[in-house]
Design a binder for this molecule. Structure first.
Ligand code: GTP
Ligand code: MG
Length: 295
């Protein structure tokens, strides 16, 4: 959608943390080693284990590492919004999401950035495109995630395979257009919401295969109700989206059909049929508009 940018030196990798004291130094040094020009922003929610203090020490030792402290655990979406806003206020052209727990390999960051260089607006590191995989996940979790993602893509009519994935690179223009306040905050469903909105808005959204590795240190913050809540939420969006499509179709098609019918030169005896067909088209159009709740 927009022209290519030179990436690494204008890239900010946002790493949200909550109780990641063991993982933080590892992930930070891995990013710095893999992409020395990239800047890192740690967004810590006042982790009780002292991750925030450690982040300050890492930032004091390295000009490319920055820290944003938030008052308390406010959820992943809030942490990312704060990180995006911080990055957009500065000169960064590309802003990335990366978990602190090592699931998103810094060695694969170049795959995302290269795709941005090729013109993508949003690149998702995907487990479910050919070449993508998960390591150390129990079969049950992989099945749930894989089929959950299939369901999500089907429900939304989206072309993407891994809309829940959290390893991403965004061009700043996409984030500038996104209304953060509108995003859904149930669990991590905002990841789906953002990808869906970006695709619908006509941004160039692509996936690159990545290897996702289950965390080895620290604890997951994901709670069990996430899957059920997310699928219910996505189903609602899918219906709303279809309604919008049908409504647009009828808004466009009904006047056209009426125009074509009126334009047909038929004998007076058939005038009755013409009127009936015209009325029928109008009635169907009204009915569909009513069903869709559209004016
Ligand atoms: N700042 C902040 N970070 C958070 C919050 N919740 C989770 N995180 C971070 O978000 C990232 C993803 O969280 P995880 O608990 O690993 O969630 P997950 O990767 O979906 O789950 P696992 O596969 O079990 O690891 C990690 O870096 C967390 O520390 C939060 O409320 N605030
Ligand atoms: Mg994780």
């Amino acid at each position: 959608m927009t022209s290519a940018v030179s990436t690494a030196s204008q890239t900010l990798v946002i790493i949200p943390t909550y109780n990641e004291i063991e993982n933080l130094p590892i992930i930070t040094s891995r990013v710095r080693a893999a992409q020395p020009e990239v800047h890192v922003l740690i967004v810590d929610d006042n982790s009780p284990d002292g991750t925030g203090n450690l982040a300050d020490r890492l930032a004091a030792e390295d000009d490319n590492v920055h820290v944003l402290h938030r008052e308390g655990k406010g959820g992943l979406l809030g942490a990312y919004i704060a990180g995006f806003e911080w990055g957009l206020e500065r000169e960064y052209q590309v802003l990335c999401e990366m978990d602190a727990d090592g699931s998103h390999s810094p060695d694969q960051l170049h795959l995302l950035l290269e795709e941005i260089d090729r013109g993508a607006d949003l690149v998702i590191g995907s487990r479910y495109v050919p070449g993508g995989k998960t390591v150390n996940w129990p079969a049950s979790r992989e099945l749930l995630s894989r089929w959950g993602n299939r369901y999500i893509s089907f429900a939304l009519g989206a072309e993407l395979s891994d809309m829940t994935a959290g390893y991403r690179a965004f061009r700043r223009e996409l984030l500038e257009e996104l209304d953060f306040a509108e995003l859904s905050d149930a669990g991590y469903i905002f990841q789906v919401d953002v990808a869906f909105r970006a695709e619908k808005a006509g941004f160039d959204v692509r996936e690159v295969p990545i290897t996702f590795t289950e965390r080895e240190l620290g604890e997951s913050k994901l709670d069990g109700s996430f899957v059920k809540d997310s699928l219910a939420e996505v189903t609602k969006w899918g219906f709303a989206h279809r309604k919008e499509q049908v409504s647009n179709f009828y808004n466009d098609a009904a006047p056209l059909a009426k125009h074509m019918i009126e334009g047909i030169d038929i004998k007076p005896k058939a005038a009755e049929i013409k009127t009936e067909v015209t009325n029928f088209v109008e009635e169907v159009s009204k009915l569909v508009k009513h069903q869709c709740g559209c004016k």
